[in-house]
Ligand binder design. Structure first.
Ligand SMILES: Cc1cc2nc3c(=O)[nH]c(=O)nc-3n(C[C@H](O)[C@H](O)[C@H](O)COP(=O)(O)OP(=O)(O)OC[C@H]3O[C@@H](n4cnc5c(N)ncnc54)[C@H](O)[C@@H]3O)c2cc1C
Length: 568
């Protein structure tokens, strides 16, 4: 890539230095460049894209420009009302206002000036759609498919999608397509055939790698942003971890980084944007800040997100907030896979439940994933451990739906599963009591929980936890199952079980910032020259998760605002 006026010793000076290469980092770099700033991104990993590339790529943008056409009207006031209720005063009003005002502006600007192309998800409900200001869909938008051939070889330096976002660990699908396929909506068979054929007939791609060049989700988002940076010749240095901030007379003036085994000093005239992710992959920081028990092996996030940005900001005197929190979600740790998988759709589909070691249900399994893990920790006691919990399902569920690493058994029967999954990962027994014994669960408790939920499946009303009551619960239900698309009897042997961990998509606590993403010190004063966005900053969402896309959209919005503030 094009250079940056590096001197012989590797040192250089730019206007804006961005640490990281997720969607927040790339948005900051693009917007700063388009305002005339000389910009550089540095990335620790040998691949760019971070957790963003592995993600669903969904963006939660209230009042966005695609909503009217999707038939869901929205206003600034409704969105603000919804966010205020969910954040309970934990987030300064000016940050909420900035988000609601500038998120729609940010995506519109990027769609007009860069390669970003988005589509509406008209039925993807907010996570609390019944709250005042909540919406039945369309605030969540996603990237359109993106043809990686436009990026040439640079495509292969992008972090791979998470396996859970692919069909058979290979074939990409958008969120719109995923819902059609997983919930077996009309046309799913034809769609599946077309995606398969598209993949196998991309002969040029198949000769180079197994990766699908018809990108979707987080890979599509990162592809669009990366190509936009390539169009502008904005450099991105891989394998260049930032180590510490350079602070001179109280102002952050650059970063000391490691490049090719040497320390380089990168000066930044207008500021440094930390976009280096959270601390989900640091066991040490998890133990110190998150509720215990906790393990880095339970996260789905990037292995390189070890809290470096947070640590560097702390050394410069920054204040911290929400460090005890994460973008929680129940995960399954699959043998042989590098990252845990989130159980999102599986937990809403009918015919499965989550139980504690006493065999008792403890939560609405179809609730927003953040609420599931918060409940796991809240109810985790020595008498009734919920961490880990267990997911229990029957042969009918297994036959109909993909789950974790398995395709539905109609396509991938048990005998076709790899040995590692059959031995010690997927538990299976002809009887519930036998399954409970294998998993260390109280058999009587489990039988009672199953009897009770089977009754609810008949009436359609979960009297204990309200599974399927919310519009959000039903988004990933099976519309063909009535009277409640999230409830079906667990009655057909054999019975199955998986361990469920208190996992996450990343952490959400970090450096405290203001409405322009400027980092604040412990007295509330701005640290000049320093910005933080994404999961190394304390989230604008506080302790909540308003809808799908509530992590990447704020990262991009505050990155946009950081660029506007730094380059004036
Ligand atoms: C499977 C999955 C699905 C998800 N789906 C969604 C979704 O649909 N919508 C949504 O909003 N969120 C989703 N998330 C969460 C979302 O991906 C993350 O919260 C978000 O991408 C974090 O953005 P970030 O910029 O903070 O971090 P990242 O995108 O992880 O970028 C941080 C980058 O900084 C680099 N870095 C770390 N330390 C240094 C250093 N010292 N020097 C230089 N570089 C450094 C890292 O290597 C990484 O590349 C999902 C996550 C996963 C794993």
């Amino acid at each position: 890539m094009h250079g940056t006026g590096q001197t012989g010793d590797g040192n250089c000076t730019v206007d804006l230095l961005v640490v990281g290469s997720g969607a927040g980092a790339m948005t900051a770099a693009l917007c700063a460049h388009d305002r005339g700033a000389e910009t550089l991104l540095i990335e620790k990993d040998e691949q760019y894209g971070g957790s963003t590339a592995m993600s669903g790529g969904a963006l939660w943008i209230p009042n966005n420009h695609l909503m009217a056409a999707a038939g869901v009207p929205d206003t600034h006031e409704e969105a603000l009302d919804y966010l205020r209720r969910l954040t309970h005063g934990d987030v300064p009003e000016e940050r909420l206002q900035a988000y609601v005002k500038h998120a729609p502006e940010m995506v519109k600007v990027l769609c007009e000036t860069s390669r970003l192309r988005l589509q509406a998800l008209p039925d993807y409900a907010d996570y609390y759609p019944e709250l005042p200001g909540g919406k039945p869909g369309a605030r969540t938008i996603e990237p359109q498919n993106f043809d990686a051939r436009t990026m040439g070889e640079e495509f292969l330096r992008m972090r791979e999608p998470a396996p859970q976002t692919l069909i058979s660990k290979r074939i990409a699908m958008t969120a719109l397509q995923a819902r059609t396929l997983l919930c077996r909506s009309p046309g799913w068979g034809k769609l599946m055939r077309n995606l398969m054929l598209g993949y196998w007939f991309d002969l040029g791609g198949r000769m180079k790698s197994k990766r699908d060049r018809n990108l979707a989700l987080g890979n599509a988002l990162i592809g669009m942003l990366r190509l936009s940076l390539m169009d502008r010749k904005v450099p991105l240095w891989l394998q260049t971890p930032a180590r510490r901030l350079i602070v001179e007379e109280g102002r952050v003036t650059g970063v000391e980084a490691e490049k090719e085994g040497k320390t380089v000093r990168i000066r930044a005239r207008k500021g440094v944007v930390l976009a280096a992710g959270g601390f989900e992959s640091s066991d040490e920081m998890r133990r110190r800040y998150l509720p215990n028990p906790t393990r880095a092996a339970w996260t789905c996030g990037s292995p390189h997100n070890t809290g470096d940005g947070i640590r560097m900001g702390m050394e410069a005197g920054a204040a911290l907030a929400f460090m005890e929190d994460a973008w929680w979600g129940p995960t399954t740790v699959v043998p042989g896979e590098a990252r845990a998988r989130m159980l999102v759709i599986e937990k809403s589909l009918p015919g499965s439940i989550f139980v504690n070691r006493r065999g008792e249900r403890f939560v609405d399994e179809a609730a927003p994933y953040i609420d599931i893990v918060n409940t796991m920790y809240r109810k985790n006691t020595p008498a009734a451990p919920c961490v880990p919990a267990a997911m229990i399902f029957d042969a009918l569920y297994r036959k109909k739906y993909p789950c974790g690493p398995f395709l539905q058994s109609s396509q991938q029967p048990d005998w076709m599963l790899p040995k590692a999954l059959k031995q010690g990962y997927l538990y299976k027994d002809r009887t519930l009591a036998g399954l409970a014994a294998q998993m260390g669960i109280d058999p009587e408790g489990l039988q009672a929980a199953v009897n009770r939920v089977n009754g609810f499946a008949e009436t359609g009303k979960d009297l204990d936890y309200g599974k399927g009551d919310s519009l959000y619960d039903r988004y990933y239900g099976d519309a063909g199952v009535q009277p409640n698309p999230c409830l079906a009897p667990i009655a057909t042997p054999p019975f199955y079980g998986l361990e469920v961990q208190a996992g996450d998509l990343g952490t959400k606590g970090g450096l405290v910032t203001d409405a322009s993403a400027r980092v604040l010190d412990r007295s509330g004063a701005v640290i000049p020259g320093l910005y933080a966005v994404g999961n190394c900053s304390a989230s604008v969402m506080g302790h909540t998760y308003p809808g799908a896309g509530s992590t990447i959209a704020p990262a991009m919005t505050f990155a946009y605002l950081a660029a506007l503030d730094a380059v004036r």
